[in-house]
Design a protein around this ligand. Structure first.
Ligand SMILES: [Zn+2]
Length: 498
């Protein structure tokens, strides 16, 4: 069984006086966590134990009881009467931090050692332990009770005593039938929130290799992310290469237009104000707007990709690696816009990955090399051109593709998406022989072509397009994107959904 955790964030309603208590409570939590971080640093072997054992050891070192009257570093020197579950939550926070810190330190040492053996100079600074602590309080069982859909009792430090207070919960409801984790009290701006991790158990989807090689019914959703109007183009393919569905997710121009407009306003504001003070954020509201729209779009698009994959029962979602950011030339707004569109591609992948996982799908990435320049049918280099222009040359970002070798004609982004899916399959079928005849699916209604040009297979194979994608793999699951010289308007060929 596999496990996926999502966090449900809910707004808390409380009396105005409680705000100060929440703050004091969090300060105390961080003081205790920082104290335990020091204890761990003084007893570094603790980290070799499991977290349960480490907890026992740390309590023995710090907690005064009848059987343990004189601990080495008593917690009572710093804070009196800390409830056991508050203390344990703080210990786990400190342990988590310590594990992360020492793992970073170890990696830094390895890099330093490597540089030394290679005779190179090493300038990188070592990681430092946290200087300040600002962790949200985790409420273990015993620190909260009587949770209903609209309220909760929590125990907080008021600065003078421990007190149970009742808070109201509004916002998103907890999904039914899920395992609830320990909630956290989180401050965002002036508002306090309750974050509750929710666990979902599901049948593990199994690794990609196993799925692709053992189950011919496996469906792959291949996604091509762009920075033009069609932000994402997804195709569903079987492991044998039949194309079952295509989806274009648009809206790119709207997002990019909005972003460019805001960046332009920032640039104009800056030219009026002149020099900006160092370390000070200018145009706070405009930046916030841009961030929010980007964030929202990334969530929406990733959700739609995953939705589409699920709808067609795909179990693998494949993207291409991001490749390098090609800086755009032009005004500040244009350069900044391209950069942000590129960042958004990364964010869409990150979000789609976790969203897919909670639905039992696994995500992978393939080499981005020439994905949009290669023909999905025969691997030759394609021409990419704008509507109404002759089918020649390669115009990056242009919507149409044409293959001189096999006559494939279609949408360039869809072609790229097909190539991405093929690369994933080719990774696990590296020795499959090129097929002479083209297979065709009835579902897609793609016509079978007996064209001599198509049967002779690839005559132009690209040298080394990606490490895991070898010669002879190109014909794995061939198909035709479209009929020759079809005069069906291009818009009608694919199910445009947006
Ligand atoms: Zn071709």
């Amino acid at each position: 069984m596999a496990k996926a955790t999502t966090t449900i964030k809910q707004v808390l309603n409380y009396q105005p006086a409680h705000v100060a208590w929440f703050a004091v409570n969090q300060v105390l939590f961080n003081q205790v966590a920082a104290f335990y971080f020091d204890v761990i640093q003084a007893h570094i072997n603790v980290l070799d134990h499991s977290s349960k054992e480490a907890l026992t050891i740390l309590e023995q070192l710090t907690h005064t009881t009848k059987s343990n009257p004189t601990p080495v570093m008593p917690l009572s020197d710093m804070a009196e009467d800390v409830p056991a579950y508050f203390r344990r939550a703080a210990i786990h926070a400190a342990l988590g931090c310590a594990h992360a810190f020492y793992a970073h330190l170890e990696k830094w040492r390895q890099r330093k050692e490597k540089a030394r053996t290679q005779g190179k100079k090493f300038y990188e600074r070592p990681p430092v332990p946290p200087r300040s602590w600002n962790k949200a309080v985790t409420l273990y069982q015993g620190m909260w009770k009587e949770r209903t859909s609209s309220s909760l009792m929590i125990k907080v430090w008021t600065g003078t005593c421990w007190s149970w207070i009742k808070v109201r919960i509004t916002g998103r409801a907890l999904p039914a039938g899920r395992e609830l984790g320990s909630p956290q009290l989180v401050q965002k701006g002036k508002q306090w929130w309750l974050h509750t991790p929710v666990e979902k158990l599901f049948q593990s989807p199994g690794n990609i290799e196993k799925q692709v090689t053992t189950n011919p019914g496996t469906k792959i959703c291949a996604v091509d992310l762009n920075i033009n109007e069609h932000i994402a183009v997804c195709t569903i393919q079987t492991v044998e290469g039949t194309i079952l569905a295509t989806k274009f997710i648009g809206g790119g121009n709207e997002i990019s237009g909005f972003r460019k407009c805001q960046l332009g306003r920032i640039a104009r504001n800056r030219s009026q104000t002149g020099i900006i003070a160092e370390g000070e954020q200018d145009n706070v509201d405009l930046w916030k707007k841009i961030r929010q729209v980007d964030e929202q779009a990334a969530h929406l698009i990733s959700a739609r990709i995953v939705q589409f994959a699920r709808q067609h029962e795909a179990t693998i979602v494949v993207f291409e690696h991001l490749g390098n950011l090609r800086p755009a030339r032009g005004k500040y707004s244009r350069r900044g816009n391209t950069k942000r569109a590129y960042w958004m591609k990364g964010r869409i992948f990150t979000y789609a990955k976790y969203k897919a996982y909670t639905m039992g799908m696994v995500t992978s990435r393939v080499s981005p090399r020439n994905t949009s320049r290669e023909c999905a049918c025969c691997r030759s280099l394609i021409a990419r051109y704008d509507t109404g222009k002759p089918a020649e040359g390669y115009t990056p970002g242009a919507p149409l593709a044409f293959c001189f070798q096999c006559g494939m004609k279609g949408n360039a982004d869809r072609n790229a998406s097909l190539v991405i899916g093929q690369r994933l399959r080719a990774r696990y079928h590296p020795k499959e022989k090129p097929q002479a005849l083209r297979r065709v699916s009835k579902d897609t209604g793609v016509a079978l072509s007996q064209d001599a040009k198509c049967e002779e297979g690839p005559s132009i194979l690209l040298a080394g397009h990606g490490e895991s994608n070898e010669h002879g793999t190109a014909q794995d699951g061939v198909f035709r994107m479209d009929e020759h010289a079809s005069d069906i308007p291009h818009q009608l060929r694919f199910p445009f959904e947006l």
